[in-house]
Design a protein around this ligand. Structure first.
Ligand SMILES: *Cc1c(COP(=O)(O)O)cnc(C)c1O
Length: 415
């Protein structure tokens, strides 16, 4: 018996159930991944016992010899991985990370441009009910109605009109690659701070499969638990001139004691991402996503937002499949394929029951799935979405999903 099993069987049982779910199901939520056993070990370590307010060499409490070592490793590795001048590895997660960036560089009421939520932006990019939308004057930009891609000329025209203090680029449901240089030019033209939120694509950027905004942008925030395949958390990178403001905003501006167990796990994840194999991983994520998109489009007639993908992420509009996103998510869940319902740009349905589904390949690629498995996934998705009420189809697909999954162990889960 493990300690957990003995002391808290209720939590142990939930954990065992979740392990089985992760092992036997196909994880297509594009913001999820499977971390390595080493990352898990660091995240679950006794660094959780330690308070370390402040920064390495400048702490408020004693006993910091080893917390300073791991936090410095995390900082140096993050800087190396992205070519950053400065890195703060303390943000608890992406949303507090963005909050710290705004708190550091804006005054309440300042004008900011961010992509509209239902066009692929994040809630922290100015959704009116969020802290960001309530505290700053966000002007939402949109994707083009025809191509469903960013129209940089329109973004520029809006920037010239509104003269924002900051422009946010980097999204949560946008399949094409982003032209960072264009954003930099627009920011320079209007004197705006260029802020990239690369939460979704950080692993692809670290693995050199996508272009890196860090050399061009003033500030870059990323979560560490999506394509970057680290623990749940975030980091902020910036040019030297903003370093003091960012550090002060994270602590003591917004947070108290950093989670050094998670920072230790970030250090491990960055070490893993610095290895040459991680570049193969990053490239394969995109190869897989393109294979899945092509198969869905060409074989099964799926309508893909922006025409396909250039990243890890695919957004399908299910209007032509006569099934709403919510029902598709639920029925795919039944067969062990996990993804999420999502609005599509210019959606005519509500955000609680939108027209689309969002999915991607970071987790399945970690597991070792390649193009052959993408063809299977496309077929299963189509089988289920075309026959959502046919019990025999659902039963068959679930059995096939489980059988395939058991051939590809999940890192960090002992069988
Ligand atoms: C995931 C995400 C965040 C928020 O991260 P949390 O850790 O969930 O708070 C912020 N911005 C973007 C673009 C994201 O995709």
């Amino acid at each position: 018996m493990t300690n957990l099993q003995q002391i808290d069987p209720a939590v142990f049982d939930a954990l065992a159930g979740e392990s089985k779910r992760q092992m036997e199901g196909i994880e297509l939520i594009p913001s999820e991944n499977y971390v390595s056993a080493a990352v898990l070990e660091a995240a679950g370590s006794i660094f959780t016992n330690k308070y370390s307010e402040g920064y390495p060499g400048k702490r408020y409490y004693g006993g910091q010899k080893y917390t300073d070592i791991v936090e410095t490793l995390a900082i140096e590795r993050a800087k190396q991985l992205f070519g950053a001048e400065h890195a703060n590895v303390q943000p608890y997660s992406g949303s507090p990370g963005n909050t710290a960036v705004y708190f550091a560089l804006l005054n309440y009421g300042d004008t900011v441009m961010g992509l509209k939520l239902d066009h692929g932006g994040h809630i922290t990019h100015g959704l009116p009910i969020s802290f960001s939308g309530k505290s700053y004057k966000f002007i939402p930009y949109e994707v083009d109605a025809k191509t469903l891609r960013l129209d940089y000329d329109k973004v520029r025209a809006m920037a010239l009109e509104h003269k924002p203090k900051m422009i946010v680029a980097g999204y949560t449901a946008y399949p094409p690659e982003i032209d960072w240089k264009k954003f930099r030019e627009i920011c320079d033209e209007v004197g705006a701070i260029a802020f990239a939120d690369i939460s979704h694509t950080a692993g692809l950027i670290a693995g050199k499969a996508l272009h890196n905004p860090v050399p061009y942008f003033d500030v870059v925030m990323t979560t560490t638990h999506k394509t970057l395949r680290g623990p749940r958390g975030a980091i902020i990178m910036c040019k030297k001139q903003y370093a003091a403001a960012i550090d002060k905003a994270v602590f003591p501006g917004l947070q108290g004691g950093p989670h050094e167990n998670v920072i230790a796990a970030k250090a491990v994840a960055f070490h893993e991402a610095l290895q040459p194999e991680f570049q193969d991983y990053a490239k394969q994520i995109i190869v897989n996503a393109k294979a899945l998109a092509t198969e869905l489009k060409d074989q099964y007639g799926f309508s893909l937002v922006s025409g396909g993908t250039e990243t890890h992420l695919i957004l399908a509009d299910l209007a032509n499949k006569n099934i709403p996103g919510k029902e598709a998510q639920a029925v795919l869940d039944e067969v062990g394929i996990t993804l999420n319902k999502n609005t599509v740009p210019f959606d005519t349905r509500s955000p609680f029951d939108p027209s689309g589904i969002r999915f991607g390949t970071p987790a399945v690629t970690t597991r070792g799935f390649k193009e052959a498995e993408m063809k299977l996934i496309a077929k299963w998705m189509n089988d289920v979405i075309s026959n959502p009420k046919d019990e025999a189809t659902l039963k068959r697909v679930k059995a096939e999903v489980t059988e395939t999954c058991l051939k590809f162990p999940v890192p960090g889960i002992k069988v």
